[in-house]
Ligand binder design. Structure first.
Ligand code: CTP
Length: 409
């Protein structure tokens, strides 16, 4: 429940993309947020207020002050309690009104009443525009967006695509998942601000011939959860991805690296510029001695493949870590603690996460967290998303201790 207890004002203006704000409402509620929809009269022509109030679980205010004065006042009260204001979709009209300081209906008044983003904080007012591409490209609209951006409003999208008017161009509402993740980012504590986190995820492949390979069952879920949590908490994140079953998170710099050799090359190229490395990838330990350029014919007998040891990427990087923090994983079928502790020492890591094969491909994990000082934390079963935050908390606490040690001599 990443948005538990957060109060979000959802402004909806009149555009065909208004129906997409319903899906956003559902996602926000599912994540634990309270959603207070405020619709313009034009928005209510596209989607009914009943749909929004049903999904939001709270009454919806529409249009101007033509209902009851008390309602308007209620929304000023909500404006006071808001943690975030989002306008999805935002027409050229509402962007122009906000930029011009005009408050002539309920939504524009609520926006002024939040004093967004001054009182909510810079970046706590999000606007997701959707309009015809010529309107979006109009210098007046662009100047308004520039002005609001300078004042601390965040714009999400629009993206290029097919528009309701039949044209193709900029002006399509950003995908709902992208708006949702921008909301999560805006509302999270930015305790990893300034950190450059390099993460590996997924399985690597050992190539046999042009059509065959050896690999493993890693899904990439843990690395992706770590990347999503780190970017939400303000880090600059690079994800070097092997073969994964899941899509990488939004806002992360993704480098594809299917083979062990490529993953090693990409990580080595980026390690110097990182402040933390988290090696969640399941790297193949062996590689074929002689990769064949032609497909191996089946012939009449069996086949013996010679495998040689692949480089240990993590050990190689940790050897030149200097003041960077290096985190590894240990996958063990037996002697979890002892084997993980041995890997932590052999690979000169700051932290190791010991887990069992049940974790592979699953959404949850039960792990031991073992740090360099020998402290072992036996964590309960939890989702990989929850675990990602705990690992990042631990990274921060180790960094803090390291800094204090340096300061105190
Ligand atoms: N690792 C790596 N390069 C390899 C193998 C593993 O960088 N060739 C990293 C993994 O990403 C993980 C850690 O080393 O963070 C431990 O991986 P694991 O598979 O548990 O152990 P191994 O070192 O491969 O040892 P073993 O397979 O014998 O248990």
């Amino acid at each position: 429940m990443s948005l538990q207890g957060k109060n979000i004002i959802l402004g909806v203006t009149g555009g065909i993309a208004a129906y997409k704000a319903l899906e956003l409402t559902r996602l926000l509620r599912k994540a634990g947020a309270e959603v207070f929809p405020v619709m313009t009269k034009a928005a209510a022509e596209f989607v009914t207020p009943l749909s929004f109030s049903t999904l939001a679980g709270s009454p919806v205010s529409v249009g101007t002050f033509d209902r009851t004065a008390e309602r308007g006042v209620n929304h000023i009260n909500i404006a006071d309690r808001a943690d975030l204001l989002v306008v999805v979709p935002a027409t050229a009209n509402i962007i122009g009104k906000v930029a011009g300081g005009i408050a002539d209906d309920l939504l524009s008044t609520v926006i002024m009443a939040t004093d967004a983003p001054n009182r909510l904080g810079r970046g706590r007012a999000l606007i997701a525009p959707a309009m015809n591409h010529r309107m979006y490209r109009n210098p007046i609209v662009q100047a308004n967006i520039e002005k609001l951006t300078a004042l601390g409003y965040i714009f999400v999208g629009p993206e290029r695509g097919e528009l309701a008017c039949g044209w193709e161009g900029d002006g399509r509402l950003a995908p709902v998942a992208e708006i949702f993740s921008a909301i999560e980012r805006a509302l999270s504590q930015k305790d990893l601000d300034g950190e450059r986190v390099l993460i590996s995820a997924g399985a690597t492949r050992t190539v046999i011939d042009p059509v065959r390979f050896i690999s493993n069952a890693s899904s990439g879920r843990m690395g992706v959860a770590l990347a999503a949590a780190a970017v939400r908490r303000g880090a600059d994140v690079t994800l070097v991805a092997g073969v994964m079953d899941v899509v990488p998170p939004i806002g992360v710099n993704v480098i594809m690296a299917e083979t062990t050799a490529l993953m090693q090359k990409e990580l080595e190229a980026r390690f110097a510029d990182s402040t933390t490395l988290i090696m969640a990838a399941a790297v193949a330990d062996f590689q074929v001695a002689q990769e064949r350029k032609e497909k191996i014919k089946k012939g009449n007998s069996g086949l013996i493949l010679e495998l040689v040891k692949a480089p240990d990427i993590l050990s190689g990087l940790a050897a030149k870590k200097q003041d960077r923090l290096v985190v590894g994983f240990a996958l063990e079928t037996e002697n979890l603690k002892a084997n993980a502790l041995a890997k932590l020492k052999a690979k000169a890591l700051d932290l190791i996460i010991a887990n069992s094969p049940e974790a592979v491909g699953s959404d949850s994990n039960k792990v031991l967290l073992i740090s360099k000082d020998g402290l072992v934390e036996d964590l309960p079963l939890m989702t990989k998303a929850e675990l990602a935050d705990i690992i990042l908390d631990k990274v921060l606490s180790i960094k803090k201790t390291n800094q204090e040690t340096v300061t105190n001599g």
